[in-house]
Design a protein around this ligand. Sequence first.
Ligand SMILES: C[S@@+](CC[C@H](N)C(=O)[O-])C[C@H]1O[C@@H](n2cnc3c(N)ncnc32)[C@H](O)[C@@H]1O
Length: 351
Amino acid sequence: MAANLAVAQRAAVAIETALGRVYWADSLDVMREACASGSVDLIMTSPPFGLVRKKDYGNADAWDYLDWFRPFAEHFRRILKDNGSLVIDIGGAWEPGQPTRSLYHFKLLIMLCEEYGFHLAQEFYWWNPSKLPTPAEWVNIRRIRVKDAVNCVWWLSRSPWPKASNRRVLQPYSDSMQVLLRDGYKAMKRPSGHDISTKFALNNGAAIPPNIIAAANTESNTAYLRYCKHHGIAAHPARFPAELPGFFIQMLTDPGDLVLDPFAGSCVTGEVAERGARRWVCVEMMEEYVEGARARFCRPSSDGQPGQPAAPAQYRLSKPGLQALAEGGEPLSPDGGRVRPASAKRRAEQG
Ligand SMILES: C[S@@+](CC[C@H](N)C(=O)[O-])C[C@H]1O[C@@H](n2cnc3c(N)ncnc32)[C@H](O)[C@@H]1O
């Protein structure tokens, strides 16, 4: 990808490092004018979500989201290499005023595959254990829905064979697997009919990860936040944790490959790519977020967060509460919670 004169005039290169650059620009302009066809190995991004409640940076409403996305899809298809990948982190949304979910992110996936010829290499889910329970009315007050704690992450590719290796993203064995490796495994047929051979108990050093990425979004005293505070800049309100782009950059690109984030926000993708010796381009159209992103490229990398390989944390998911089932509990409201029950009114009043 070579920046030409037209782009240099229209889209300011705000930050430049040995391996990458941040454009303060509309990414459609940058892709149109500076991205050669078949030049990008990985597009790793989190676009503005089709949220019901609009955010400061102008999310499109769920219903016109697909039309808004189309010009980006055209360029993504054009600029990706044949063995390249497009990874989209996208949160779900609630329908306005009712406890049901929008289908916009599934429609986006189907549009990208059916209209633009992308392949769904695999769907991933980013589980954020620190997600707050919202919307309060459905989750905390009427108690008719549960906490929405996952984002969908669509891993798409131009061909069915994007370059990839799960060996790059192996995880420590779980406690139970470690016990099994220590005590040995008796080969047997599972109730499902699967024949589990003794090979299952071979210690390969680490485990193949599932398609769930567990990473809490709980940055609090990082260099990025301190920099924003010090300079009176608003921190980006929807940053993803470094582990998310880190996982895909590691699994889908080699050092020297080119990674693009066209909706870069605070440029987490750029920072992770830089540390992984990948070339990278980030594009963000809000000046304030670009100003904040300077924090990621103007300091020694001894801060520990984000992007620094952290000690692997283990998150635990509880099994569904069968105990509560045995106890019965409050009867379900036959109208599905349409009318706020008295107990919910009290809960709302108590805050
Ligand atoms: C969900 S945020 C990305 C956050 C980012 N992943 C991070 O961790 O900081 C989406 C960003 O896309 C930016 N954006 C929206 N449309 C854009 C466009 N056409 N060109 C460049 N940036 C755009 C928004 O300003 C917003 O900061």
